[in-house]
Design a protein around this ligand. Structure first.
Ligand code: SF4
Ligand code: SF4
Length: 88
């Protein structure tokens, strides 16, 4: 179940088209897809579970999640809480 809707942007001026973000996204259906020009596109932002692993693997700091902390504090979905429990 999607946790909440965040705004996700790829900063194309920084992006190196490595597609790490496409490969590692932990959302069930994947948030990113490879676009026709080789850049990742944000295809399913509603699926984002806000793990931020994509930020960890991005070599260019080219991914932006807006409203991340606000949604985590206001809407702590049970599925997300369980996910974090399993990570620690
Ligand atoms: S934060 Fe996690 S679920 Fe959201 S786009 Fe990044 S890797 Fe995918
Ligand atoms: S991980 Fe970063 S540099 Fe690589 S394709 Fe995704 S946004 Fe671009």
């Amino acid at each position: 179940m999607p946790a909440s809707t965040v705004t996700i942007r790829i900063l194309r001026e920084r992006c190196k088209k490595c597609l790490n973000c496409v490969r590692v996204c932990t959302a069930f259906d994947g948030v990113f897809e490879e676009g026709p020009d080789g850049y990742p596109v944000v295809a399913r932002p509603e699926e984002c579970v806000q793990c931020l692993i994509c930020h960890t693997v991005c070599p260019a700091n080219a991914i932006v999640h807006e409203n991340y902390r606000v949604t985590m504090l206001i809407n702590p979905d049970e599925a997300i809480i369980e996910r974090y429990r399993n990570m620690v």
